[in-house]
Design a binder for this molecule. Structure first.
Ligand code: ATP
Length: 926
């Protein structure tokens, strides 16, 4: 059975274009979604949506508000004869505000969702190994066309429907299509299974290669593939709930219940005030008061609309979309949304060595072939054995780049060996076509070697083995060139002490019919040791700094590697997690690890820094034990058999060039494979959480302030401190604008000096609760004070006068003394602006929350400043031009100045508080 021994030419550029024109490209057309208009109007329909075919129910609260607005339109119509057109302003204002608030939040939510969809498209960019114009090359999955020759290796996801041309031990997981987790596939008619759902010689898009290799010819791409036909099944959900989402959903419900109570009390208070003020002999339920009652109901509903944090899901969508987008720029592709936030709670990172800590740029550093003593590689019979044991006992390929250098395709270790062959004048393709491959045991991290039985070009049946030296040594009966085992071990030790990866080679001439490869092992035991190759793979330059950052962030790092203890220690030393005085307690090998019981491991697990010669199942167990210890664990993996560990971990991190099985099992894919990108994911995870906390801090402060203002207001005066349209504008500020401003703040480095948060900790921390209660209360009291003062002075003259009079009258607050007059529109404008400006400045405080920086430090806060400007300009426009709708009159410049200065206290207060905290923290650290 020969492997890749025919020369496939593949398609030319022109043929690719023609094929694409004729058969389409390899992308799936997304399912048509509902139009945005429909989705928008759906939100406004409330329960009526249920009665329209194909529609969903909309927001019930918005619906109540609409009904209230229509009722008030009717009342306004009845009153318009007597009072003129101005009575329409308020109901129209409410309707506009409802549309605006729903529209703006709807727009941003859609946009965030769209970004998720775009991010998911990256999947189409996955690389596929093909033969085109007679050369091996990698292309994006979406660029495949019908007629392409593809090469499948273990762990690959089949990129399109294809016919197998030749294969070795091919086993495919077809569970995505047929539910069959393991299917034998073959091009040979003898192997055909007539019962199989799909032909035995077909591989189908979306299924996965479990083992074996194949060369296949693509016959269907994109929508024409089997998985394209059942597209719905593989469509990604619009959004998935993360644990934080769920926590916030619960919080949202509590807030909503609280707001119902407040709303009820507001209605109650207003009725009480009406009864108290009735001086014309009418009763509170007479028709002449209907307008007042509708107003009360609308106010109550407006309170609920404002208090219910509809902005929260949007805030999370925006911050997740923003973080995901920025993380993608920093080479983190988030596959499962919860990973963004969980990364921020990570307490341990278990990392691979090769490719993650090292460059995966493998180069043969030195060879020590005892078989070649005194000979050159291209010379005689012995060197033929060395050539074949490297060139034929391998699954990698080389791509010849235009600059004449080689790029390894497939296993990088084997790639480095093939390049070394090429540099020494041996062509691996020639070697492979000169031999006939009879049997093969592919490399696996499980058994750590690879073996191939070939009919050598000299006609002999040969077994070639290469792999971890201590394992290969165990199979050998002697060593070529007369070297002793001690000599070999000394040499190995020497290489490993230089952080080298070592591979040993051995061979055995077989008798005809002798079978030496059983399912997962070589059974031969008379091999001859040929030699060792030391491969250098330097530590990535940015890794030591990233490791330090993680350690500073109180995150433990554990290296779990298939390499030897000696090499692993060297690398660990180079990246900064292995000090000179570290002892054997901190390192364990795979077999030792396996021998320990869970209880013993639980006791030692915190000490272990390196697991060397590890097998994939050790990784899963390590994760499990750490989780039992209460850690939040992130783990990296690139191979198919890393999938259980990746699934087990809180955050599974796959590598950009890992197998698609690993990627599928993971939550994040690190495109550049580098550890420093993992560190950035922690930074983003922590910042995301902080930003949502900031948003909550801001929103809940307004909630408390507005609810208290309206609630207490309904008991102390005849006029409402804030009107319905005003409340709706405040709602827009906090739900939409604040969500945008605060959730897209850049990450602050400060978070990387703190301890990881508890994974299930309540997001509203104690300092937040205190701040919300105190600030919200102060805002409400000040707003109410001005409302009260306006009602209790004959006319508004100046601020000092107002304050003095207000203070002198305050004793009447609880004595039931009636207000002397209604609040003028100008004064309404002042109260409204005071309230909004408090929130405006508080936005700056929220921004500075837990950053250890001043609120006026605006570095990297462009979006924030832009949105703050919109709020300020919006407020100026409303007060200046919105008189009818918002019941205000333009405020003079002088009063603007006073209000801005007065409310600026919020920032000053915040700054003093932050300084105090900083001071306390420093003292504590001393
Ligand atoms: P890490 O787990 O950190 O990525 P690693 O790549 O060294 O480390 P494995 O892939 O399990 O871990 O490799 C273990 C050992 O197996 C290597 O040290 C090397 O000796 C040997 N080895 C690696 N790749 C091959 C291969 N393609 N063929 C034969 N032996 C190999």
């Amino acid at each position: 059975m020969a492997r890749y021994n025919k020369k496939y030419r593949g398609l030319t550029d022109e043929e690719v274009l023609k094929s694409r024109e004729r058969n389409g490209s390899n992308v799936l057309t997304p399912i048509e979604r509902d139009s945005n208009w429909k989705l928008f109007f759906e939100r406004l329909t409330g329960p009526l949506g249920h009665f329209i075919p194909g529609w969903n129910n909309g927001d019930a609260l918005i619906f109540i508000l609409e009904i209230a607005a229509i009722l008030s339109l009717i009342v306004a119509y009845l009153e318009s004869g007597a009072k003129g057109f101005s009575v329409f302003f308020e109901p129209i204002g409410i309707i506009i505000a409802v549309f605006l608030a729903t529209g703006v939040s709807f727009y941003f939510e859609r946009r965030a969702n769209k970004e998720f969809m775009l991010l998911n498209k990256v999947d189409d960019e996955e690389k596929v190994l093909v033969i085109r114009k007679g050369r091996y090359t990698k292309i994006a999955k979406k660029d495949l066309v019908v007629g392409d020759i593809i090469i499948l290796t273990p762990g690959d996801e089949v990129p399109a429907d294809a016919e197998i041309l030749e294969s070795t031990n091919l086993n495919i997981d077809e569970s995505t299509l047929t539910g069959e987790p393991s299917c034998r596939k073959s091009a040979k008619e003898n192997d055909f299974d007539p019962e199989a759902t799909f032909p035995t010689n077909h591989v189908l898009r979306g299924t996965k290669v479990l083992e074996g290799h194949a060369v296949c010819n693509v016959f269907a791409v994109g929508d024409h593939t089997e998985s394209g036909k059942v597209m719905e099944a593989v469509q990604l959900e619009d959004s998935v709930k993360t644990p934080l989402n769920e926590q916030l959903d619960r919080l949202g419900k509590y807030i909503a219940y609280a707001s119902y109570v407040v709303a009820f009390l507001v209605i109650f208070g207003r009725v009480a005030m009406l009864i108290k003020n009735l001086d014309d002999g009418s009763s509170w339920y007479d028709f002449e008061h209907i307008d007042y009652h509708i107003q009360s109901v609308m106010l109550a509903v407006a309170i609920i609309v404002m208090a219910v944090p509809e902005g929260l899901p949007m805030a999370i969508s925006i911050s997740l979309a923003y973080s995901m987008q920025r993380m993608l720029k920093e080479k983190n592709l988030v596959r499962k949304m919860h990973a963004c936030e969980t990364m921020g709670a990570t307490t341990v990172i278990c990392t691979d060595k090769t490719g993650t800590l090292t460059e995966n740029n493998m180069q043969v550093y030195e060879t020590r072939f005892y078989a070649l003593e005194g000979q050159r590689l291209s010379d005689d019979a012995m060197s033929l054995i060395v050539r074949e044991s490297i060139g034929a006992n391998s699954t990698a390929h080389l791509e010849l780049l235009p600059n004449g250098t080689f790029q390894p395709l497939g296993n990088p270790t084997e790639g480095a060996l093939l390049i070394w062959l090429a540099q020494n004048g041996a062509d691996y393709l020639q070697i492979r076509s000169d031999v006939e491959i009879l049997q093969e045991l592919p490399f696996s991290t499980e058994w750590k070697y690879m073996a191939t039985v070939v009919r050598s070009s000299n006609g002999k049946r040969m077994l070639y083995v290469k792999g971890a030296p201590e394992i290969v040594l165990r199979m050998c009966a002697d060593c070529a060139g007369g070297a002793t085992e001690d000599e070999v071990r000394r040499q190995l030790h020497d290489f490993q002490n230089q952080a080298m990866r070592t591979i040993a080679f051995a061979c055995q001439e077989l008798d005809e019919g002798e079978n030496v490869i059983s399912k997962h092992a070589v059974t031969a035991g008379r091999l001859t040791f040929l030699g060792i190759v030391a491969i250098a793979d330097p530590v990535r330059k940015d890794v030591p700094a990233a490791v330090k950052e993680c350690l500073d962030a109180h995150i433990a790092i554990k290296v779990i590697t298939g390499d030897t203890a000696c090499t692993a220690k060297k690398i660990a030393h180079q990246i900064g997690i292995w000090a000179d005085d570290e002892d054997e307690r901190h390192i364990i090998t795979g077999p030792e690890f396996e021998a320990l019981s869970d209880e013993e491991l639980l006791e030692h697990i915190e000490d272990i820094k390196i697991v060397a010669r590890a097998r994939p199942l050790d990784k899963q167990r390590l994760v499990e034990i750490l989780q039992k210890k209460g850690h939040v664990v992130a783990v990296t993996g690139d191979g198919t058999n890393d999938a259980p560990a990746l699934k087990q971990a809180h955050v599974g991190i796959s590598m950009g060039d890992g197998t698609s099985v690993a990627k599928e099992a993971s939550d994040i894919t690190i495109i550049d494979n580098s550890f420093s990108s993992i560190c950035k994911a922690v930074l983003w995870g922590r910042s995301l959480y902080r930003n949502i906390q900031r948003f909550l801090l801001f929103q809940l402060t307004i909630n408390v302030a507005a609810c208290l203002t309206v609630l207490l207001g309904s008991f102390i005066g005849t006029d409402m401190p804030l009107t319905i349209t005003q409340i709706l504008w405040i709602n827009l500020i906090m739900d939409t604008f604040a969500a945008m401003a605060l959730t897209s703040l850049p990450p602050s480095r400060e978070v990387m000096t703190e301890k990881p948060r508890q994974r299930n900790a309540f997001i509203i921390s104690r300092p937040m609760r205190e701040s919300i209660a105190v600030t919200g209360f102060i805002f409400a009291i000040i707003t109410l004070f001005f409302t009260f003062s306006f009602e209790h002075i004959p006319f508004y003259k100046s601020w000092p006068d107002l304050i003095a009079k207000g203070l002198s009258e305050i004793k009447y607050l609880f004595s039931g003394a009636l207000s002397t007059r209604h609040i003028e529109q100008y004064e309404h404008g002042l109260i409204f602006t005071i309230f909004v400006m408090f929130q405006f400045w508080n936005l700056f405080n929220a921004k500075a929350f837990m950053t250890g920086k001043s609120a006026i430090n605006m570095k990297g806060c462009k979006t924030f400043l832009f949105i703050a400007a919109i709020i300020l300009i919006g407020q100026i426009l409303i007060v200046t031009f919105g008189n009818g709708f918002f019941e205000v009159k333009p405020i003079c410049l002088w009063d603007w100045g006073i209000i801005i200065l007065l409310t600026l206290i919020v920032v000053f207060g915040g700054e003093i508080f932050r300084l105090y905290r900083l001071f306390r923290k420093r003292r504590k650290n001393k």
